[in-house]
Each structure stands twice: as structure tokens, then as C-alpha cells.
Design a protein around this ligand. Structure first.
Ligand SMILES: Cc1cc2nc3c(=O)[nH]c(=O)nc-3n(C[C@H](O)[C@H](O)[C@H](O)COP(=O)(O)O)c2cc1C
Length: 193
């Protein structure tokens, strides 16, 4: 059963607004790769743009620079070990997709490898050429060109964290392999419907 549904681009920033640790996927020239990133955030509304820190030394950065695109996949709690594993080894000399037995779908716009099993959502992003990124910084900017989320946890443009979807709740890195999961939601009294 396909539980992923497209997310309107106007709502895409909500997928990373709460700071989940993400999986950055990339592909170029017949190679594909995946790494963990704790540092990502929305930066622009229209068109939706996000920033993600991708260390210049990573193989991911090499593939992203070559292809001009990347995927952001948002793992649920069941992928905590996988997230830590792909964030603790480089794909330069090994195929992490094969080693971890990962299945992917090709992104609808840019063909990035996107993970759905165990993930709550994904965003497909076009790299925004940026001189400072190329010269000095690890921060990469991307325009979100497609997004989708598992309707069991993100519906009608909102996260819905409930006891029955704990496996899909997002994970947030505290450092040194320790994570906290999302889920303890609070609602401001003055919030509109
Ligand atoms: C939980 C976690 C979060 C991480 N967050 C980031 C991050 O935000 N930015 C970054 O450049 N590296 C981050 N890393 C490190 C990369 O995932 C790591 O360097 C990875 O091995 C790079 O893989 P690659 O060479 O295959 O691209 C993180 C690692 C872990 C385990």
C-alpha cells in the first residue's frame, strides 16, 4: 500500500521546520549515496528553499555539486540505527544503498533517489548555485521542487504525531548517537484552526 501523498510546495517548509535529523540522498554518473544531516532548515517561502549543511569533505557533497540536486528524506524512529550508520561511514568507497539493503524511488522532477520505507516524508531539491558555498561554506541551499509525506503522520499540511504512528515520528540528534523523538505536541491557545 502506497501511503505517501504529494505535499503542496507551500507546505513543504513544515516538513523540516521542527529540525528533524534528515538523510541527504544524492546521485551522479551511476553512483548514488546517502548521509545523515542534523543541520537543515527552511530559509525562503516562495519558492520554498531550504538550507542543509553538507561538509565539503563528504562524498555526498561531490555528488551534489556534480548533479546540482539532492534529496532530503526524513527518517522515522525505526531508522535510527540506519541514520547513525550512514552518518558514520563514507560512500566514497562503498555503496551504502547496497550495504544497507535500501530501496528507493526516483524523484519525480530531478531523479534523486528517495527513501520511503521507514521515512515520514521526502523533499526533492535543486541546488542553488551560490559562490560562498562553492568557495568556503558547508551550507548548501536548495529549491524544493517536489515533496511527499506519509499520510499516516502528515496530512492536510500538518504533522500529526500520535501514539499509533510512533515508528514514523521524526528523530532529532542530541550528539554522540543520542536522539530524541518528536511527538510531545503542544497547541497554543490562540492558534487558528
Ligand atoms: C546523526 C548525524 C548527524 C550528522 N549531521 C551532519 C550534518 O548536519 N552535516 C554534515 O556535513 N555532516 C553530518 N553528519 C556526518 C555525515 O553524515 C558523515 O560525514 C557521512 O559519513 C558523510 O557520508 P558521505 O561521505 O558518504 O557523504 C552527521 C552524522 C550523524 C551520525
Amino acid at each position: 500500500m502506497d501511503t505517501f501523498l504529494p505535499v503542496e510546495l507551500g507546505h513543504a517548509s513544515r516538513l523540516v521546520n521542527h529540525g528533524p535529523t534528515v538523510l541527504v540522498t544524492s546521485a551522479h554518473g551511476g553512483r548514488r549515496n546517502v548521509m545523515a544531516a542534523a543541520w537543515s532548515m527552511p530559509v525562503e517561502f516562495v519558492p520554498p528553499r531550504i538550507a542543509v549543511v553538507i561538509d565539503k569533505k563528504t562524498f555526498t557533497r561531490e555528488l551534489v555539486a556534480a548533479s546540482g540536486a539532492f534529496g532530503i528524506c526524513i527518517p522515522g524512529t525505526s531508522l535510527v540505527d540506519l541514520t547513525y550508520a550512514v552518518g558514520s561511514s563514507s560512500g566514497r568507497d562503498t555503496d551504502k544503498f547496497a550495504r544497507q539493503g535500501l530501496r528507493w524511488r526516483d524523484g519525480p522532477v530531478l531523479g534523486m533517489p528517495l527513501l520511503e520505507a521507514g521515512c515520514a516524508a521526502w523533499l526533492e531539491c535543486r541546488l542553488i548555485p551560490e559562490r560562498h558555498t562553492e568557495d568556503a561554506y558547508d551550507t548548501c541551499f536548495g529549491e524544493v521542487v517536489a515533496a511527499a509525506a506519509d499520510r499516516r503522520i502528515f496530512a492536510r499540511g500538518h504533522w500529526e504525531f500520535r501514539p499509533d504512528n510512533a515508528d514514523l515520528q521524526t528523530i532529532h540528534h542530541l550528539g554522540a548517537g543520542n536522539f530524541v523523538r518528536s511527538g510531545g505536541t503542544l497547541r497554543a491557545a490562540a492558534a487558528s484552526a
